[in-house]
Design a protein around this ligand. Structure first.
Ligand SMILES: Nc1ncnc2c1ncn2[C@@H]1O[C@H](COP(=O)(O)OP(=O)(O)OP(=O)(O)O)[C@@H](O)[C@H]1O
Length: 242
């Protein structure tokens, strides 16, 4: 039976502007993101990607904001650095502030899924960079957010670890499908992971591409390589220089 469900987007921006001390960074951005869509946000350095994400996360009180946005109440934020508290062990970090009766067992399970079953009780200082990011990902996803805001979460990792983390993220969100907004400077990361790629430029959304290819994607797929060339051009990067 078909049940009629009116379309209601997960995230809506209406003429959202943001400036710092009079300097406009985001200029009347309007956008709708459907539930469960994986959006990658690309743009040159300084184009406002992080500013947009932090606006949605409710950070940066010193910014002047105009316009409005709506987003789900349950939102998790993932940063480039893992932000684990050094004086708490891994599981206490992952369960911090989590109010559910099965927090500990759910955390042990999630740490297993991200490959940290052996690291439940250790201090964050004993983890590698990739392991810290996996713990951080476990902490975010354990909250079962409806919206995940991620700011270059794999940016500081080596290429192989980054690839593993990207695949892990796809696997972990496959079932629950939260809405995801991922800020990245990596065109290939955007192409391999997302359903939609937005390019920020001059304070606005200059390009909006849907990527409706199944996973796993391969960089030599013709749709991928055509869009890759276009995006590199938009970002002012010579394709043969990469
Ligand atoms: N707290 C702040 N105070 C003043 N200016 C800021 C602040 N945060 C960001 N800006 C300015 O806003 C502009 C956009 O910065 P933002 O960090 O959003 O860019 P970005 O696209 O994420 O860049 P990158 O790819 O280099 O991380 C920059 O010119 C930056 O200097």
């Amino acid at each position: 039976m078909n049940v009629y469900r009116p379309y209601s987007p997960s995230v809506v921006l209406r003429d959202l502007s943001r400036s710092f001390k009079g300097t406009m960074v985001l200029d009347r951005i309007s956008l709708e993101i459907p539930h469960g869509q994986f959006v990658a946000l690309l743009g040159e350095s300084g184009s406002g990607k992080t500013t947009l994400l932090r606006a949605l996360a409710g950070l940066d009180d010193d910014a002047e904001t105009q316009g409005s946005f709506t987003k789900p109440d349950s939102t998790s934020v993932l940063f480039q650095d893992s932000r684990l508290l050094p004086w708490k062990n891994v599981i206490d970090n992952v369960t911090l502030g989590l109010r559910r009766p099965d927090a500990r067992s759910a955390a042990v399970n999630m740490l297993g899924l991200v490959g940290l079953a052996e690291k439940v009780d250790v201090w964050p200082s004993t983890l590698s960079g990739g392991q810290k990011q996996r713990a951080s990902l476990a902490r975010s996803l354990l909250r079962e957010p409806e919206l995940l805001l991620a700011d270059e979460p794999f940016g500081a990792l080596d290429a192989l670890t980054r690839l593993r983390m990207q695949n892990l993220l796809l696997k972990l969100v496959e079932r629950r499908r939260p809405t995801i907004i991922l800020v990245t400077h990596d065109v290939d990361e955007a192409l391999l992971l997302s359903d939609r790629i937005l390019v920020l430029k001059d304070g606005g959304i200059a390009e909006d591409h849907l990527v409706s290819l199944p996973h796993p994607r391969r960089s030599h797929q013709s749709e991928i390589s055509a869009l890759r060339a276009k995006l590199l051009k938009s970002l002012g990067i010579e394709a043969d220089a990469v």
